[in-house]
Design a protein around this ligand. Sequence first.
Ligand code: MN
Length: 205
Amino acid sequence: MEKYNLPKLAYEYDALEPYMSKEVLTLHHDKHHAGYVSAANALLEKIDNARKSGEILDFKSVLKSLSFNVAGHILHEIFWKVMAPPASAKSSGVAKPAGKLAEAINKEFGSFERFKTEFSETAKSVEGSGWAILAFHKEHGENGALSIIQVEKHNVNFYPEQTILLCLDVWEHAYYLDYKNDRAKFVENWWNIMNWQEVEKRFGK
Ligand code: MN
């Protein structure tokens, strides 16, 4: 059975400072994300072994846990990609989306500022652990539509058939060592390490 792998980051662990510290990024990637990958793989192996032996697993519990860990892995994979060091973001002039994505954001939300406000409020108001996600639903309307999803844990509140363009992790492990309980400050600062080129690439697909 195909296994999941922990991807390497495209930047150094201290590259997102001062907005995300080396300590937070290291723990987040090497411990938390790695934990979801190994848990997902262990569950796949358990399912695989049961198929061979004919054992009937407690599928309700096994698949709930698999969903949590696989979704955790996929969201983190995207999360690392949609961030970039703040200096390179500035030098390439990428602080806002451009092209077709900018058009789609303006069409859906009225303006970039309104999108930013809605997305930030979504992230700040997650109850407990979760994510804010910008998604694209190609079956919605004539040319598809953008939407914001507030996910709890890694997998609760998702809609089927939505493509994730951008996601922001607001689990405490993403910010607590840097910002203590000030999630709002983390969300505000996070816009400085956004990689819009990656989001545009995902939208283009
Ligand atoms: Mn996380």
